[in-house]
Design a protein around this ligand. Structure first.
Ligand code: NAD
Length: 473
């Protein structure tokens, strides 16, 4: 009797997708093996004092590829964190950075804790101790390895990391560039917090603007009017929902760890957030149907499903039941390789994580540049641009004899601020990267899907780096 096959681990899933794409390239086998391999992993334990005694905490940092330095990737706090997961997420970071032309290698860190079980003081202690471990082994630094937020962490943790690193390196002028996703007052950049969700919106809008692709999915062109379901109302999920709704999509479902809510007529996102603040859950939101089994939330009627919680959410068990015609991956690794094959057969269009959630690392790159240059974007040019626009308006007024209104004047004669430049750089990055991937997908009829096209593009770019280094001829 044939024994049931063991499901692939997360890293094996990423490697399976890589192998599929590698067949479409002509790089030497050794080079492909080097690109796929995870270069180094640091695993460590340390104690933290609690009310009941001591907890021994496990932490990891994986540096997947050093073809460009520094390496970059978030730090995750979750009970499910393990070495395989950290390696898989680090690998995705390598490919993601290549896709959006961010000149970094890939890395990822994780601490195996449920942050909700610890006080703020204990979390600060854990974060600072984790940072000290990274410093000890040279796994952090502006030119070495630059962490960022991920699931379970945010600006607060990044501020603790920056402060610890700076304390250990008091004379290092660039020390703030050792981590990104910091609060703006601590060297962060405007727009980083919402960058992943905003980037997802730009990418999804671009995908929906391709009439031919939408027709194939049985949909009309444009994001306007499309019904979306979002899984995970955290950083990525909330901002993805917010920007998509502002762009004309209709939020019909939300899925959280304790269940889902659904209303085909649409949900008011801010009202749901307020409801969760008051009740501690999204369930029983007035006017919506509550669904106790969270998995069923993913299977409700919609045009676009946005998984933005954790990996392995769409598997061979539920891939056949998903009703969405587009899956827009906000989380890392939400779809397993086996589920991908089923979705492909069912002609569901999957916009892959390593492209679609790259907004975070793109704006992190801008933050790193800001920290290295020690000047806020827009500071030098804003007033100059504003004055130049003012002069132009006055010249037009003189020539036409017609005065502009105050509203027209304010909207036209506006010099670019940091947030304007960040959002514009992010939009440019996401639109360009989508069109590069799409050109590979539609240009070669054998490329099965966007994920394979994204891997092909990333592999080709990384291969060039290695060849330029002279490591592979
Ligand atoms: P977060 O901690 O801010 O939010 C995650 C949300 O998912 C929480 O509200 C949590 O309650 C919910 N959740 C947990 N398990 C769930 C389940 N089984 N079903 C439904 N909901 C569940 O995390 P985040 O930063 O938004 O990250 C989410 C995903 O996006 C992760 O895969 C992360 O790696 C990826 N990502 C994050 C960023 C970033 O900038 N934060 C960038 C790229 C990718």
């Amino acid at each position: 009797m044939a024994s049931a096959q063991k499901p692939l681990s997360f890293f094996e899933n990423v490697s399976a997708s890589f192998n599929t794409a590698a067949q479409f390239t002509e790089h030497p086998k050794g080079l492909l093996e080097q690109i796929k391999a995870c270069n180094s992993v640091y695993a460590f334990q340390f104690p933290v004092r609690t009310e009941k005694g001591y907890d021994v905490i496990s932490g990891w940092r994986a540096e997947h590829s050093h073809h460009k330095l520094p390496v970059k990737g978030g730090i995750r706090y979750a009970e499910e964190v393990n070495e395989d997961e950290v390696m898989a997420l680090a690998a995705l970071m390598t490919y993601k950075c290549a896709l959006v032309d961010v000149p970094f290698g890939g890395a990822k860190g994780g601490i195996k804790i449920n942050p909700k079980k610890y006080t703020v003081e204990q979390l600060e202690h854990i974060t600072r101790r984790y940072t000290a471990e990274l410093i000890r082994k040279n796994f952090i630094g502006p030119g070495i390895d630059v962490p960022a937020p991920d699931y379970g962490t945010g600006p607060r943790e990044m501020a603790w990391i920056a402060d610890t690193y700076s304390a250990f390196n008091p004379s290092q002028i660039d020390s703030l560039a050792c981590v990104t996703g910091k609060p703006v007052s601590q060297g962060g950049i405007r727009g980083r917090k919402e960058a992943t969700g905003r980037g997802l919106f730009y990418g999804l809008r671009e995908a929906c603007s391709q009439e031919e692709d939408m027709k194939r999915q049985g949909l009309t062109k444009g994001l306007e009017g499309k019904k979306i379901i979002v899984q995970g109302l955290g950083n990525v999920g909330y901002y993805a929902a917010k920007f998509c709704c502002e762009g004309g999509a209709i939020l019909v479902g939300l899925v959280e760890y304790d269940g889902a809510i659904y209303n085909p007529k649409g949900l008011d996102l801010e009202a749901v957030v307020q409801h969760r603040k008051e009740k501690g859950t999204i369930l029983n939101f007035p006017g919506a149907t509550s669904i106790a089994k969270r998995e069923q939330g993913l299977e409700q009627e919609c045009d676009i499903l946005i998984p933005a919680a954790l990996e392995n959410q769409i598997t061979e068990q539920n891939a056949g039941k998903i009703k969405a015609k587009i899956i827009a991956e906000g989380a890392n690794g939400p779809t397993t390789a086996a589920a991908d094959s089923i979705l492909l057969e069912r002609k569901v269009m999957v916009i892959p994580d390593m492209y679609l959630n790259a907004g975070g690392v793109t704006v992190s790159y801008f933050e790193w540049l800001k920290n290295l240059s020690h000047v806020r974007f827009g500071r030098m040019g804003k007033r100059f641009e504003q004055t130049a626009f003012e002069k132009m308006l006055r010249a037009v007024e003189t020539a036409t004899g017609k005065a502009f209104t105050d509203t027209e004047r304010t909207s036209i004669a506006h010099g670019a601020d940091e947030i304007d430049l960040v959002n514009s750089g992010l939009e440019e990055t996401m639109v360009n990267a989508y069109n590069e991937i799409r050109a590979i997908w539609r240009g070669n009829t054998k490329t099965p899907d966007l994920r394979t096209a994204a891997y092909i593009n990333a592999i080709n770019k990384i291969a060039v780096s290695y060849m330029e280094l002279g490591i592979f001829p």
